[in-house]
Write a protein that binds this ligand. Structure first.
Ligand SMILES: Nc1nc2c(ncn2[C@@H]2O[C@@H]3COP(=O)(O)O[C@H]4[C@@H](O)[C@H](n5cnc6c(=O)[nH]c(N)nc65)O[C@@H]4COP(=O)(O)O[C@H]3[C@H]2O)c(=O)[nH]1
Length: 488
């Protein structure tokens, strides 16, 4: 298939896919703009590769979109073209809600969908080629790399290919849709056609290369949220475990579970690059569930064998607010033989902002036997009063304060105050990000019980963590203690 043919097929499919998504929605009954209605619109957007946003129109006003409620009057414009009688389409519309780049709009009944025109032409393997796609009524729906429209108009709408001067072109028509691709004879596209004998000889190889490029490019162009939604569906999340160390003995007493997004090419994406988006979009829930499932599967046998170990799990604000965390953890880890007192729930200060809800969830968690720690302490707005009002078990000191130890900077003194504050509230203290022996010694001298950090171990896959724990326990049994040996 030529580039033009791929582009035309893709354009037509984008519009009909969007229309069929809207028809599915139209076939279902919802009380308009309720949580269930908006939630379903959002779900369809997340699961679609073509639709960026869905809107619902009633009495000439945009009542809600997949982003939430709205109440803007929309001007009724004449559609740029109509497909199959009931599908209206417009091109180059600036989205009302996000004000993002112009997109195409497809409307079926009371619903409309925003389709990213750029994605219609993402099939290109050759960046030097330009493409123009026209709808059955001749309206230009998408372009790439600013085509010379005088030239492309001249080529007409019949499937054809050839060269003219320095340019090589292909026109492909399908069901009234036309895509014209133009490239210079030096481009990759030109190369394939010029070296026709090569293409013939290695035709299947070239096709595979193009398909691979197309797939790579379409992945690249997918919005971050679209990518994340696909990662959730394909369960692309893995968990690494960072040992938590008892400072006085050097013994590994447990681990913090830290999620990573493992891309299909094997690269690992850091959580701070996708957790905020996951929290905003609601995808954090299935991600949290996948983390908990992995912990159960990977650490179940180790935790049944060593009852003194604990695992600390990070929870998002949403998990804490709704109390959902308790059911999820109880069910999913209980099945693998974890005792509740082996589970520590970690929430950031931000996650506990809704203090009344947080207090309820924490109290219930402790009744069930879980421990609850406040994470990244000192980076938010927490005050002593705020801390006092929550029935917490432990406080994690943020790495930025540990970094300042013995540095004579403005923050250097803060850590001593945090430690005193935690002690006055009888909270256990865990210091994060310990990278040097001096830091570990300072913390031990100031009565901090636990820490984690690269001085001891980086986060690691489950199999390595299991080896680490077994070795740590054997050493401890044989009387070897890391920090006290270091001090001697
Ligand atoms: N430079 C340095 N870094 C150290 C050292 N020791 C630990 N770290 C890093 O510090 C972070 C500690 O986790 P956090 O404060 O809970 O901060 C976490 C946590 O807030 C969030 N996160 C991680 N996993 C999850 C999860 O499953 N769910 C949720 N909701 N959030 C998660 O992402 C944050 C970042 O996690 P990571 O990138 O894994 O980064 C981890 C860890 O790899 C050290 O000695 N030096």
């Amino acid at each position: 298939m030529t580039i033009a043919a791929q582009a035309a097929t893709r354009a037509e499919r984008s519009f009909t896919d969007a229309a069929s998504t809207l028809r599915t929605l139209g076939g279902r009954r919802f009380i308009s703009c309720t949580d269930a209605h908006i939630g379903e619109m959002r779900r369809l957007v997340i699961n679609s590769r073509t639709v960026e946003e869905i809107g619902y129109i009633e009495d000439g006003a945009l009542k809600c979109t997949s982003w939430g409620s709205e109440s803007r009057v929309v001007k009724e414009l004449t559609p740029d073209f109509v497909i199959d009688k009931d599908i209206k389409a417009w091109v180059d519309v600036v989205p009302l809600v996000t004000g993002a780049n112009p997109m195409s709009v497809v409307q079926v009944g009371p619903y409309n969908a925003l389709v990213d025109a750029g994605r219609l032409v993402e099939v290109l393997a050759d960046q030097s080629a330009s493409v123009v796609i026209t709808a059955p009524n001749g309206a230009v729906t998408a372009t790439l790399n600013t085509p010379d429209t005088d030239f492309t108009d001249k080529l007409g709408r019949e499937t054809a290919k050839g060269t003219e001067g320095e340019s090589i072109y292909a026109v492909h028509s399908k069901d009234g849709w036309t895509a014209v691709a133009v490239s210079s004879t030096n481009g990759l596209f030109g190369l394939f056609t010029q070296e026709h004998w090569l293409f013939l000889a290695f035709g299947s190889f070239a096709t595979i290369v193009i398909i691979a490029l197309v797939i790579r490019m379409s992945r690249k162009r997918l919005s971050p949220l679209g990518e994340l939604a696909i990662a959730v569906r394909k369960r692309e999340f893995v968990v690494h475990y960072q040992p938590i160390i008892e400072l006085s003995s050097g013994l590994c007493v447990g681990a913090e579970a830290l999620v990573r997004w493992q891309r299909p090419d094997g690269t690992l994406v850091r959580p701070d690059l996708f957790i905020p988006l996951a929290e905003q979009s609601g995808l954090i829930r299935p991600i949290t569930d996948q983390v908990i499932d992995a912990i159960g599967r990977e650490l179940g046998p180790l935790f049944r064998k060593h009852r003194s170990l604990h695992v600390a799990i990070n929870f998002a604000a949403d998990d804490f607010k709704t109390g959902r965390v308790l059911e999820t953890v109880g069910h999913r880890l209980g099945n693998h033989g974890f005792a509740n007192d082996q589970i520590w729930l970690e929430a950031t200060e931000r996650g506990l902002m809704d203090i009344d809800e947080a207090r309820k969830t924490i109290a219930e968690a402790r009744t069930r036997g879980y421990s609850v720690a406040i994470d990244d302490f000192g980076t938010g707005y927490s005050s002593l009063q705020y801390l006092q009002s929550l029935p917490l078990d432990a406080l994690k000191i943020d790495k930025s304060f540990v970094d300042a130890i013995n540095r004579q900077t403005a923050t250097s003194a803060v850590i001593a105050h945090i430690i005193e504050m935690a002690k006055s509230l009888s909270l256990s203290i865990i210091a994060e990000g310990v990278e040097t022996r001096e830091q570990a010694e300072y913390l031990l001298d100031h009565g901090v019980e636990f820490c984690q950090g690269w001085f001891y171990a980086k986060p690691m896959p489950a199999a390595d963590f299991i080896d680490y724990v077994e070795t740590s326990l054997q050493r401890h049994d044989s009387g070897v203690v890391m920090l006290s040996r270091a001090k001697a």
